[in-house]
Each structure stands twice: as structure tokens, then as C-alpha cells.
Design a binder for this molecule. Structure first.
Ligand code: F6P
Length: 534
């Protein structure tokens, strides 16, 4: 662990703690140039972050001391990066153009990636053209995508971001074990024109299997047994389990694809069917552009690295353990939920790769809402709360071309500006008096109308939300997450933290069956169980 580099970053942050962001622009005339980047259709502005030039220098020194470039090479070379599961981590291989030569732990994998992509393309085109029909010969009108976590959030984000308003083939998503989710998804659907895709890397996830069982029964009630295979397919890294479950065919991916990194694979088959192959290829290409940038750009001009360093500076340097993500585009409203899994399931870890305590804050609490909705929900706290919560504004310029009067991006810019410049108590008092308040009234209200300001934000701009810019945006966050894991020296690619709850839930279900809580249950859980099973 490069202790000296970490100590220098923390010292630089302490020195920066009282620096006014706004004053940095005059103190350092090149700040804007140094802290803005253009890559793969994205314009990234980190100049409203808290770091001074010295702070940035210390952050870059940490990146070098943590050998980010070496660990990046290990990932792209398919080395055993996921140490606790003994796996490579090769989501970049899924989006690489035909002819790539990726290896996972020495095994060539690009040919099979290309074979599955060709299968996806052919199947999607057959459905969209009507050549592949349901059992009764009618073309498919709806795809019911069943999955959860990484088998749901990515495809949902892609579909919401890129879907036509009135799609020829509609997509419905079911993730929750609550039957209401399935019930809502099935509203208005005809089994004869519905394709069910069961998406599960492990094909053991309880929620997905129960929902798949329900969907299978829904189909079977209306279709002849010999017709089921055309309506019920699987996407998984466990094709034998999918076949045993009754899936007509499966599209496979491998264990070197993490669930939260799997949206480049057949996990997004429903989106390929809904959007068409060209759109999905554009999505992959946008990510490839970002991959190339990540591999080639020097650290100080490297977007994923700079985003990671800005976050480390906030989290570990300035002790700001949260970040809000504000996509100022309705089509990106799912991005915060997607990033919660990508970042918090990857880096919400407390031990290093060698098992020793990490000894510092790691992944921040990531939360957010589409703008301007968030302004009317929690931005009060972002502006005037005691703790500083860095913000991230994703702005899509063309969102306004359809409704030029829409002030969407103006709101995003204004929020970032207000967070940085704030409003002093003296300014608040002057405004109150100017609006007719008495001196006493102004004295009383001014503290409540004061904005501390100096609150950092990042802006990520794109001209239009296209398959390419969406792919680049998601790959940007994937690589940022990876770089942060390298800096914290943690394994970003396992998720043991989700296992205990699953085991305890299974034990509780046994108690539910008997109706009597087992003796070793704590009083609270036992009491709640009794109430729920009474
Ligand atoms: O939350 C745990 C987890 O394993 C995620 O990592 C994964 O994306 C999700 O559950 C679904 O897993 P599967 O795709 O195997 O059903």
C-alpha cells in the first residue's frame, strides 16, 4: 500500500479544505483547460471539484504509486484480477470488434464472443422481421425480460435510454419477487405474441427462478406444450441449468463477465430485439472508443482516472462519503440505480486484496434522481446540509431541441453554479432588506437563507444521447470504478456481501413453514416473524 502517496494526498486535501473552488479559476488560469476532457462524444468538466493544482498533483502521484497502468494492463490481458473467485475480468472483450484476440487466464475467448454475437444478431433480426414467430405463427410483439441486479439494471437502463416512444416490439422487465411486479408486467400481454427471456448468470437466483416459473405457467396456460420452446429462452453462464429449467434455447456468456458488467453480453438480448442490431453495435462501439482512450491516454488526460481521483479526493481526502448523480435527461433516469450496483457492489468493500482491513472509506454512498426532479426532493440538503455531498450532473444538450423552452440544462448549470458560489449571510441580508424586510427581520432570516457554497460537482455533457454516447458513458463509469478499486487495493469484482442475507432468508423460510421461530433467533426477528406468520 503506497502509504507515502496516500499521506501526501490527505495532507494536500487538508490544505485544500478551506480553498474556495471559485477562486481557483483566477489563481490558476489554466484550470479549466487542465480539468476538462473530451472523449468519445462526452465533455467532462472537473474544474468545479475541490482540488487545487497541488491537490491534483498529489492525486496523480497516488495513481502512479498504485500502478494503475500496470493493473489496467492485467485486466485487459485477462489475468486473474478477481482474486477471490480466481477469474479474469473481461467485459471489454464483449464489446471489442470482430477479430480481437482477448484471452481469459490464457484461454482465447474472442471467437466465442463473436459466435454468440452472431447468434444474437440473427435471432433478433428473425424476430424483428417476423421470420421467427410464436407457436401460433403470430409475430412477437413483446419481450418479457426476467432478471435482477446485473441481469436487469443494465438492460433496463439501455431500453429506457434508447427506446422509441412507440416500439414495434415492446420490452417489459420483471425483477422483484413481489408478485405485483410480474402482474404489472403482464398487463395487456398475449402469451401467443410474448417472448420470455430468463436472464441469470448463475441460474440460481431465487427471485428470477420464481418469476420465471410464474411466467412459464402463464405461457403454458395458453400455449401447446410443444410450442413453449419458442416462447421461453434463457441467457446465462449456466446453460445446463437453463435447459433443465425448460428454456427452449440459451445464449451463453462466461464466468469472466461480472453481473454488473454484463450488459454488453447476451444479457441485453431483449434490448437487441427491441432496438435492432445496429443500435446495439453502436452501443458497443461507444464503449470501445472509451476503452481505447482508457488504454492510451496519459493519466492526467485520462477520463476514468481523473473521475476516480476526483472521487478519492472527496471521499478519502475530504471525508465526503456520498455522491449524488443527477442525470438531466428523463431517458437516463435509471442511471443512478445502475451506478449504485456498479459502484457499490464493486467497491463497497472493507478489506484489501490480501484480506487486511482497508483502513479508510472506500466506495461512497451513491444516490440520485433525474433532474430537475431531484431539485424538488433532496437538493435542499445538497445546498444547505452540514455535510458536503459532491454532485455529478449528466447533461444531454439535445434534450432541449424538441422543447427549446425547456430550461433543463439551464437548471443543471445553475445548480452546479449555486453549489460552488453559494450566497453569504451578508448577501442574503441585503436581499431581504431590498425586498422590504425590516433590519430585525433580515437579521432573523439571513442565516436561513445563507448558502455555504464551495460544494464540488462534475459535469458530463453530451450533444445527444445515442447508442454510442450511452456506451461510452457506461464504460467510463466501469473503468472509473476499476481505477478506484486499484487505488483502494480491493477486489472490485466479487460480491460476497450479498450471500449472508440469502442464507438467513432461507433459514427464516423454514421457520415460516413450521410457524415457530427457531430458538436461536434474536427477540426482534422472532417477534416480527410471529407477527408475520400469525
Ligand atoms: O446481488 C448479487 C448478484 O449476484 C449480483 O451480483 C447479480 O447481478 C445478481 O445477483 C443476479 O445474479 P444472476 O445474474 O446470477 O441471477
Amino acid at each position: 500500500m503506497p502509504h507515502a502517496a496516500w499521506a501526501e494526498l490527505e495532507a494536500a486535501a487538508r490544505r485544500d479544505a478551506d480553498a474556495r473552488i471559485q477562486e481557483q479559476f483566477t489563481a490558476d488560469p489554466d484550470r479549466l483547460t487542465r480539468l476538462t476532457l473530451d472523449v468519445a462524444g462526452l465533455h467532462i468538466d472537473l474544474s468545479k471539484q475541490s482540488w487545487t493544482q497541488a491537490g491534483l498533483k498529489a492525486a496523480l502521484a497516488l495513481a502512479r504509486a498504485c500502478e494503475v497502468e500496470g493493473r489496467r494492463a492485467a485486466l485487459f490481458n485477462g489475468e486473474e484480477v478477481n482474486l477471490t473467485e480466481g477469474r479474469a475480468v473481461l467485459h471489454p472483450a464483449l464489446r471489442a470488434p470482430d477479430g480481437a484476440a482477448f484471452h481469459a487466464l490464457g484461454e482465447p475467448v474472442s471467437a466465442e464472443v463473436e459466435a454468440v454475437r452472431a447468434e444474437m444478431k440473427a435471432y433478433a433480426e428473425a424476430l424483428r422481421s417476423g421470420n421467427e414467430t410464436g407457436a401460433s405463427g403470430r409475430p412477437f410483439k413483446t419481450v418479457l425480460h426476467i432478471g435482477i441486479g446485473g441481469s436487469d439494471l443494465g438492460p433496463r437502463l439501455i431500453w429506457d435510454a434508447l427506446r422509441p416512444l412507440d416500439p414495434a416490439i415492446d420490452l417489459r422487465f420483471v425483477a422483484n419477487i413481489d408478485p405485483r411486479d410480474m402482474a404489472e408486467a403482464l398487463i395487456g400481454l398475449d402469451p401467443e405474441t410474448t417472448l420470455v427471456i430468463v436472464v441469470s448468470k448463475s441460474f440460481t437466483t431465487q427471485e428470477t427462478l420464481l418469476n420465471a416459473q410464474a411466467a412459464k405457467a402463464w405461457l403454458a396456460a395458453a400455449l401447446p406444450a410443444e410450442g413453449m420452446a419458442k416462447h421461453f429462452i434463457g441467457v446465462t453462464a449456466a446453460p445446463d441449468k437453463a435447459a433443465a429449467f425448460g428454456c427452449g434455447r440459451t445464449f451463453a456468456f462466461r464466468d469472466w463477465v461480472g453481473g454488473r458488467y454484463s450488459l454488453w453480453s447476451a444479457v441485453s438480448l431483449s434490448c437487441v430485439i427491441g432496438l435492432g442490431w445496429d443500435a446495439f453495435l453502436g452501443f458497443l462501439d461507444g464503449a470501445v472508443d472509451l476503452d481505447r482512450h482508457f488504454l492510451e491516454a496519459p493519466l492526467e488526460r485520462n477520463a476514468p482516472v481523473m473521475l476516480a481521483l476526483a472521487e478519492i479526493y472527496n471521499v478519502d481526502g475530504l471525508h465526503r462519503p456520498a455522491r449524488t448523480v443527477a442525470p438531466y435527461a428523463h431517458a437516463l433516469r435509471r442511471l443512478p440505480a445502475f451506478l449504485q450496483q456498479l459502484e457499490m457492489e464493486s467497491n463497497g468493500k472493507r478489506v484489501r486484496c490480501d484480506g487486511s482491513p482497508v483502513g479508510r472509506q472506500t466506495c461512497p454512498i451513491v444516490f440520485g434522481e433525474a433532474g430537475t426532479n431531484g431539485q424538488h426532493a433532496f437538493f435542499q440538503q445538497i445546498h444547505q446540509g452540514p455535510q458536503v455531498v459532491p454532485s455529478e450532473f449528466i447533461i444531454v444538450a439535445s434534450t432541449n431541441q424538441r422543447t427549446l423552452e425547456s430550461p433543463l440544462w439551464a437548471n443543471a448549470l445553475a445548480q452546479a453554479q449555486a453549489l460552488m458560489q453559494g450566497k453569504t449571510e451578508a448577501q442574503a441580508r441585503t436581499e431581504l432588506i431590498a425586498s422590504g424586510a425590516s433590519e430585525d427581520e433580515a437579521d432573523r432570516l439571513a442565516p436561513h437563507k445563507t448558502f455555504p457554497g464551495n460544494r464540488p460537482s462534475t459535469a458530463i455533457l453530451m450533444e445527444r444521447l445515442t447508442p454510442q454516447t450511452l456506451g461510452a458513458l457506461i464504460a467510463l463509469y466501469e473503468h472509473k470504478t476499476f481505477v478506484e478499486g486499484v487505488l483502494w487495493d480491493i477486489n472490485s469484482f466479487d460480491q460476497w456481501g450479498v450471500e449472508l442475507g440469502k442464507v438467513l432468508a432461507k433459514a427464516l423460510l423454514k421457520d415460516v413453514a413450521t410457524g415457530t421461530p427457531s430458538a436461536d433467533l434474536d427477540p426482534s426477528t422472532a417477534d416480527l416473524l410471529r407477527r408475520l406468520t400469525a
